[in-house]
Design a protein around this ligand. Structure first.
Ligand code: SAM
Length: 247
């Protein structure tokens, strides 16, 4: 039966395209892609020729109708973005919702995702994590957003562009305090992959020490807020006395 396959593609290293992803891309009737030229290069590397449907922020509804037309004709469609997992800080969610509403199956072909890759190399205690994605570009809005996240005990995952990474880390230190740890990961799976765990107070100096450290695509993971202060000894003594009185 015709279905929509949501296919994760490599973040950089083409070897990360899963065998199943390659098979699905080879079998579908059309591929809905964020940037058709970018996806064409991936297909060229696989020796594939496919009809491409452009799906970007500004035409998702119209693109979804084209996807539905292919499905109605009896062929499956794959949805991809430029890198990583579609619909994660990328277009795709509206098209997926439209296809679901029309009653077709939507199937995951999971794989690379920069947020998950960064979390996996951070070494921070696994609890929950919160995917924040891109922060607002303007400082006031960015700080306001960060203030809302300050007490969160979950690890926080941010995407950032190279031209804003220094100011972003300065704001992270200002809001979360200089002691909190951050993972700075750049160019994951690529030739110049690098990642470091630092105290937020050291992060700007680390970036400024070497221009190469400010190049490429970044994921920042800030460790969650420490649990609230444990009870002090006196409070524990009083609580024990009170509990002893309970029936
Ligand atoms: N959908 C993608 C995913 O699953 O990760 C994310 C798309 S979003 C438009 C692009 C952002 O993801 C970049 O600005 C960067 O923050 C992050 N990113 C993508 N590839 C990366 C890589 N190889 N290394 C580090 N960050 C990356």
């Amino acid at each position: 039966t015709p279905s929509l396959y949501v296919v994760a593609t490599p973040l950089g290293n083409l070897q990360d395209l899963s065998p199943r992803a390659a098979q699905v891309l080879g079998e579908v009737g059309a591929i809905a892609a964020e940037d058709t030229r970018h996806t064409q290069r991936l297909l060229d590397a696989q020796g594939l020729r496919k009809r491409l449907i452009a799906v970007h922020e500004h035409n998702e509804q119209a693109a979804a109708e084209q996807v539905l037309a292919v499905l109605a004709g009896g062929a499956s469609v794959a949805l991809v973005s430029d890198a990583g997992t579609p619909a994660i800080s990328d277009p795709g969610a509206r098209a997926v919702a439209r296809v679901r509403a029309a009653g077709y199956a939507v199937l995951a072909v999971p794989g690379p995702c920069a947020a998950v890759a960064a979390l996996s190399v951070a070494g921070f205690l696994p609890g929950g994590f919160r995917f924040v994605g891109f922060l607002p570009p303007r400082e006031a809005a960015r700080r306001a957003r960060l203030e809302m996240l300050r007490e969160d005990g979950d690890n926080l995952v941010f995407y950032e562009a190279p031209h804003r990474v220094v100011e972003c880390l300065a704001d992270l230190a200002a809001v979360f305090g200089s002691e909190r740890r951050v993972l700075i990961a750049r160019e994951l799976t690529k030739l110049h992959e690098q990642s470091a765990v630092l105290a937020l107070g050291e992060a700007v100096a680390w970036l400024e020490a070497d221009a190469n450290r400010r190049r490429g695509e970044f994921v920042l993971v800030v460790e969650g807020a420490p649990a609230t202060e444990p009870m002090n000894a006196e409070a524990e003594r009083v609580l024990a006395l009170l509990l002893a009185e309970l029936p």
